[in-house]
Design a protein around this ligand. Structure first.
Ligand SMILES: Cc1ncc(COP(=O)(O)O)c(C=O)c1O
Length: 432
């Protein structure tokens, strides 16, 4: 018997949180680091929401509350979902969680066990993959392809479905690629699900970036497709839309009241409830027209930065970057840059035990961070299984515009710094 259970060793993590200490270490040494690693808007929470939260605290709304989520917030979510998805979302089927992240693991614990297959996008939000071994299920990565603009066709989904499929994660607009699925693709996906999946298969539609769309595009949800309300769980939250990652408010609409009750009980077991004063802030954010006004202002800035960064990256030899349609990430293909810098050869020469922990894009990520002062995320931070042939970085554009310009200049300098990479590699440190 050891200290930890076998299960405890099976959960992975989210590298975006793990790179923070490395950045702090460099900053303590007096180095300047451009932070393109962070997955949160660099804007304050809209003032009208802040005022409401302060008012609620002054009203002493600081106690336990409904573990399912306060009824007024659930009613506001139900209205917003019904209006924007053309569905009938009832407050009784909605559960509020401390963020959009908890339902990811809780759904796996609730619906999946040994023998069940969990389908998830790769590259994708790392927590989908992280939980699968923890619950004893089998991971089935669904590789999203650059040539399809990281979208997903019905055919691609069909190719990974089996009788054992139990839970399917979808995430549009998508982290880390910014890819979206068109309404036609969603119809195709829904049609595959209707014809190939049993009634007890659940679709986890992670729509947390629903408002962060560019070029006038609007959001489309799989739940708007016929029959999907019966199978799909819609997840969203306030972290991205209201630039409020620290407020920890997310929610899920479940297919049945019975499932919502079950998740309410999980909330009772894990969290008791979610801070009522923050829930009131989100309620006002959803109810007031000011909410969308503030979101639009933020999205306009993200779009301007996206244009600037994509253009800057594409001007760098060896880097190819698609123009994402949503989110605040760009996901350049850096394969040629890795070749130009000698990273592929350096990686191939590493002992197997080191190679297992790193990848060419990880070496580039570390070279950019430690030598050129830009923090990015490597490809395998967004799904490790089968990531070997793919060479990408994720850059967050939720960083000040001037910093982003500086970041792109530093990446350009790094991309031609073959000698710098040789020295970095020869020092034998920070390979992962
Ligand atoms: C796709 C996706 N889902 C869920 C989350 C979790 O959001 P929250 O901070 O609300 O837990 C994130 C955060 O980065 C995300 O990118």
């Amino acid at each position: 018997m050891g200290l930890y259970s076998e299960r405890a060793g099976l959960i992975d993590s989210e590298n975006a949180f793990r790179i923070g200490p490395l950045i702090r270490l460099l900053e303590e040494q007096g180095r300047d680091v451009v932070r393109c690693n962070i997955g949160e808007p660099d804007f304050p929470v809209p003032s009208f929401i802040k005022e409401e939260v302060k008012r609620q605290i002054d009203l002493d709304n600081t106690h336990y509350c409904d573990p399912q989520g306060i009824p007024s917030l659930r009613a506001a979510i139900a209205r917003q979902l019904s209006e924007t998805r053309g569905i009938h979302a009832e407050a009784e089927r909605i559960v509020v969680f401390p963020g959009g992240k908890p339902p990811i693991g809780l759904c796996q614990q609730t619906y999946c066990g040994p023998g069940d297959e969990v389908v998830y996008p790769s590259p994708g939000f790392p927590i989908y993959e992280s939980f699968i071994p923890y619950v004893g299920a089998t991971p089935v990565p669904l590789y999203l392809k650059e040539e399809n603009e990281f979208s997903l066709s019905g055919e691609e989904l069909a190719s990974v479905l089996t009788k054992k499929t139990k839970l399917i994660f979808l995430n549009f607009p998508s982290n880390p690629t910014g890819g979206v699925a068109s309404p036609e693709q969603l119809q195709e996906i829904a049609s595959v699900i209707r014809s190939r999946c049993r009634e007890d298969v659940r679709i986890f539609s992670d729509e947390i970036y629903e408002h962060i769309l560019f070029d006038g595009h609007s959001h489309h949800s799989i739940l708007s497709c016929p029959g999907m309300e019966k199978n799909a769980i819609l997840v969203s939250g306030a972290s991205k839309s209201f630039a409020w990652t620290g407020g920890r408010i997310g929610w899920a609409l479940f297919p049945t009241r019975e499932e919502a009750e079950l998740f309410k009980n999980l909330n009772i077991n894990y969290f008791s409830c979610t801070a009522a004063y923050n829930q009131e802030g989100v309620r006002l954010g959803l109810e007031s027209p000011e909410g969308m006004v503030e979101i639009r202002k933020m999205v306009e800035i993200f779009q301007m930065r996206r244009d600037l960064v994509v253009e800057g990256l594409n001007a760098i030899p060896g880097i190819l970057c698609l123009k994402p349609r949503g989110t605040f990430y760009v996901f350049p293909n850096v394969e040629k840059a890795c070749r130009n810098l000698g990273i592929m050869d350096a990686y191939a020469g590493l002992p197997e035990r080191v190679r297992e922990k790193t990848s060419p894009s990880t070496l580039l990520q570390m070279f950019l961070l430690f030598v050129h002062g830009v923090a990015t995320m490597d490809r395998k931070s967004f799904g490790r299984i089968g990531a070997e042939p793919f060479h990408y970085l994720r850059l967050s554009i939720a960083t000040g515009t001037e910093d982003l310009k500086k970041g792109v200049e530093r990446i350009a300098a790094a991309a031609s710094d073959r000698e710098g990479f040789r020295r970095f590699f020869a020092a034998g440190e920070h390979f992962f």
